[in-house]
Write a protein that binds this ligand. Structure first.
Ligand code: NZQ
Ligand code: ZN
Length: 386
């Protein structure tokens, strides 16, 4: 096991009817900016619950943060934060609203001229404006981590940011919110969380037995609850396990003391930036090719995953590892998620070169757990996913 430090300061308030607890979590003298997305919260009753709980504080609202939070829209919210002397941000939404809020938390205290530099400079945010979240969509884990991904349409970019100053102060997780989530987003959430675990697990053995078992526990639980959640989103047992899996998959715990990959996400973000493909689906497109391309480096863990998750116990290490890649693709397909780029766009020729060119320009010359995947490797992985 590698050396590590672990600190996660986010307070989680989990369970039925917990949105009302907002009342005691927000400082009395706060001037709150309530941030939300394209309006689902106004149809499913979450907005009313939030407003009721915020009765005793000053609240200004900003709606319209789109899926894949857009820089230009967030800059409008930043103007309001400055003009209205906002002191506390409250995100009510999924990963997009929460990530947008993290960007604003950082941008509100940023001293430079152009807040976009926060994303291009790779400088961690050590202090942001305080914020809390009410999670409406289990998927990203953003409710308990300090990362965010922001999109810029005019340049077709999607870049990550983060830092120890960007953990939510609190996050309210009421699993009942999943009842109104469309199936497309439910399966995206399951897939995203599954891939978060694999990015931190599918590397090489590092003697971290407990982290492996944590990761495997999340994968097994996601496989178990997936059909139940899709079949009946009002099944509270399935919903609560789904929600907690998504949070635990990316709150920092399972990555401590182990090597991590994240190449699938780095490549996947480009597919969203270029084609607008849902985040989780980009991961399902790239992962099978990535694991096949890096087979030798990953086959020990692939084989362990085959045995422990898919009960594949026959054959050589190579046989089991190959079967595990197939099982993973089959799992995504059964959820209704296509795993080839050509199933999403007819305009895919040249994508591999374009993405590898962007990585070269940005100086992303060594991805993956060994930091050895070059832009030319990335080009081959993307081409395999056509
Ligand atoms: O816009 P609203 O009205 O909120 O509707 C959303 C949106 O249309 C809807 N939705 C959310 N909760 C709902 C609901 N509809 C009905 N009932 C509810 N209770 O679902 C749609 C998708 O929402 P979005 O927030 O975009 O989805 P998700 O949570 O999957 O977030 C995706 C974003 O997070 C980033 C992705 O790149 C993407 O931009 N990620 C963030 C990460 C992080 N911060 O740690 C890690 C991830 O790997 C990922 O990159
Ligand atoms: Zn993800």
């Amino acid at each position: 096991m590698n050396n590590f430090e672990f600190k996660n300061p986010t307070k989680i308030i989990f369970g039925k009817d917990t949105i009302e607890k907002l009342t005691t979590e927000i400082p009395d003298n706060a001037k709150v900016l309530l941030l939300y997305g394209s309006g689902s919260i106004k149809k499913n009753g979450i907005y009313e619950q939030v407003k009721k709980a915020l009765k005793s504080v000053v609240v200004i609202e900003f709606g319209g943060i789109p899926a894949n939070p857009e820089y230009a829209v967030l800059m409008e919210a930043l103007k309001i934060i400055k003009e209205q002397n906002i002191t506390f941000l409250l995100a009510v939404g999924g990963g997009s609203v929460i990530d947008g809020t993290k960007f604003l938390s950082s941008a509100a205290l940023y001293k430079g001229d152009t807040p976009w530099d926060i994303l291009t400079s790779n400088t961690p945010t050590t202090k942001g404006m305080p914020f809390g979240t009410v999670l409406t969509l289990p998927a990203t884990g953003s409710e308990m981590n300090s990362g965010a991904v922001i999109t810029r349409k005019d340049t077709q970019e999607k870049l990550a940011m983060g830092g120890p100053g960007l953990f939510p102060i609190f996050s309210i997780l009421d699993p009942q919110v999943i009842q109104s989530i469309p199936e497309r987003q439910l399966v995206n959430g399951i897939t995203d969380a599954f891939m978060h675990v694999l990015e931190q697990y599918m590397t090489y053995p590092a003697g971290a037995y407990l982290q492996d078992r944590f990761a495997e526990g999340i994968l097994q639980t996601l496989i178990e609850i997936a059909p139940k959640v899709i079949d009946d989103p009002s099944n509270y047992i399935a919903a609560s396990n789904f929600m907690w899996c998504c949070t635990m998959a990316l709150n920092g715990l399972i990555q401590k003391g182990v090597p991590t990959d994240w190449a699938v996400h780095a490549i996947g973000h480009e597919l969203t930036a270029l084609y607008g493909i849902d985040h989780a689906r980009t991961l399902a497109i790239i992962a099978p090719s990535h694991y096949k391309y890096n087979f030798e480096a990953k086959k020990q863990k692939l084989s362990q995953y085959a045995e422990r998750i898919w009960n594949i116990n026959e054959g050589s290490t190579d046989d089991k590892a190959n079967a595990a890649i197939e099982k993973t693709e089959e799992f995504f397909n059964k959820l209704g998620i296509n795993t080839k780029l050509s199933q999403y766009t007819g305009d895919y020729e040249g994508t591999a070169q374009k993405i590898s060119g962007r990585f070269t320009e940005r100086g992303w010359l060594g991805l993956g757990e060994h930091k050895t995947l070059t832009p030319s490797d990335v080009e081959k992985i993307v081409a395999m996913a056509y």
